[in-house]
Design a protein around this ligand. Structure first.
Ligand code: FAD
Length: 396
């Protein structure tokens, strides 16, 4: 038998969602335990998201989670949409008075881990959660195995599943690990990291006859680029010359600055929204609750928006014994989640060439792109969604 630890909020997952939630709860005087099956080193070195919405940056700075985002990150005031041999800039500040920041997710995680450890947070690496028990009681419990292989149990006032797309908490909330609305796409991204100077100052989203490409940046010496590929593609099957040829053929008008490729991966496209986000005193946030294809750069930002809402609901519940905000949490969160799902789906379908696309489909797609760039309303919608809608903070 193991003796259960006690905490107010047990958070499964030390990704952006779990760490930021523990950070905001601590600022409100609410203790939490954060559990992650991975090591600190692994968490801090996994390359994933790179684009932060204006609201995400404002929150990281105002909550003292990160000041480096302003010094080490780069503000981007626009993106380019390229198609039919033409480039069209979407000017974010000019259209909506907001911007985005290029600041990699692993840097956000480094900032959050450092802030949490400096504040004495109970943050347990290598702690693998197996299940949640007593979800319908006032004292739900997480059960798992710690870094030494010892079983543990933690009793909490509330349990949060911030444990990513393969969430072990999700079945407790939805009744099944796959309990949600799901869509898979017939293409994926072949992504590379390379040692090279930037090929462009801002991101280029390019729709070409040969398929989609995204020319993105990481730093003055490291670049991130993607091209559309088959979901079953083997990332090791192409030599460097072929990768550069694929990328170059999809961005006519720009000469890419090539360099050594030191990481490559194939990123499958999935849209998912869990059927339920809460059951009793257990809630799902971030990728545990929803995933989006990466085209709209919404994944991490959507996790942050969930955190803002759940933080408000838990503060009311645990400090004021007011459960009304928690009762509306899922409905309010889902409004933004479905808007982000739509935006991610729209950017994806507008920019990629489906394997079975007919001539009609291709010409209609170019018409769609033209309707966006040639209309101020179209450009404004894109800028508004890409830089992020304001956070909703009033639940009840
Ligand atoms: C290649 C790639 C590129 C992306 N690009 C972008 C982008 O440009 N912009 C954007 O906004 N989003 C992007 N995303 C999505 C973004 O990275 C995710 O949406 C984000 O990481 C979600 O954060 P999270 O905290 O919900 O989950 P995660 O970051 O997945 O964190 C979940 C944590 O839970 C832990 N965990 C899982 N199971 C258990 C368990 N049983 N016990 C204990 N711990 C557990 C995991 O180890 C992990 O650390 C990208 C994703 C990928 C893969």
């Amino acid at each position: 038998m193991t003796e259960a630890d006690r905490t107010r909020v047990a958070i499964v997952g030390a990704g952006p969602a779990g760490l930021l939630l523990s950070h905001l709860l601590a600022a409100s005087g609410i203790d939490s335990v954060v559990l992650d099956q991975r090591s600190r080193e692994e968490i801090e070195n996994t390359i994933r998201a790179g684009i932060l919405e204006q609201g995400t940056v404002d929150l990281l700075v105002s909550s003292s989670a990160s000041s480096r985002v302003l010094t080490d990150g780069t503000r981007h005031d626009g993106i380019e949409l390229r198609f039919a041999g033409e480039g069209h800039r979407i000017d974010f500040p000019g259209l909506v008075g907001r911007s985005v920041w290029l600041y990699p997710q692993h840097e956000v995680l480094r900032d959050l881990v450092a802030a949490r450890l400096a504040a004495g947070q109970d943050l347990r690496f290598g702690a693998s959660v197996e299940r949640v028990e007593d979800a319908d009681s006032d004292r739900p419990r997480v059960v798992g195995t710690d870094a030494d292989g010892q079983p543990f149990e933690i009793d909490a006032d509330f349990v949060v599943g911030a444990d990513g797309s393969r969430s072990v908490v999700r079945p407790t909330v939805t009744g099944a690990s796959t309990g949600g609305y799901f869509r898979e796409y017939p293409f994926a991204w072949f992504g590379i990291l390379c040692e090279a100077p930037p090929s462009s100052e801002e991101l280029i989203y390019s729709n070409s006859e040969n398929g989609f490409a995204l020319i993105s940046q990481r730093s003055p010496t490291v670049q991130r680029m993607y091209f559309q590929c088959d979901p079953e593609a083997d990332p090791d099957a192409l030599d460097e010359q072929r990768i550069w040829a694929e990328l170059q053929s999809r961005v006519p008008g720009t000469t890419l600055r090539e360099g050594t490729i030191f990481q490559r991966d194939v990123l499958r496209f999935r849209s998912f929204v869990a059927h339920r986000l809460r059951r009793g005193r257990v809630a799902l946030i971030g990728d545990a609750a929803h995933t989006v294809p990466p085209t709209g750069a919404k994944g991490m930002n959507l996790a942050v928006a969930d955190v803002v809402l759940l933080h408000e609901a838990l503060t009311a519940l645990l400090l004021e014994n007011d459960d009304r905000p928690l009762d509306t949490f899922a409905d309010v969160a889902l409004r933004r989640i479905w808007k982000a799902q739509h935006f991610s789906w729209w950017m994806t379908s507008m920019l990629h060439v489906a394997p079975d696309a007919s001539d009609f489909d291709r010409l209609r797609q170019l018409g769609e792109l033209r309707s966006v760039v040639e209309s101020e309303a179209g450009r404004t919608y894109l800028a508004e969604a890409y830089t992020g809608w304001p956070f909703e903070t009033r639940l009840a």
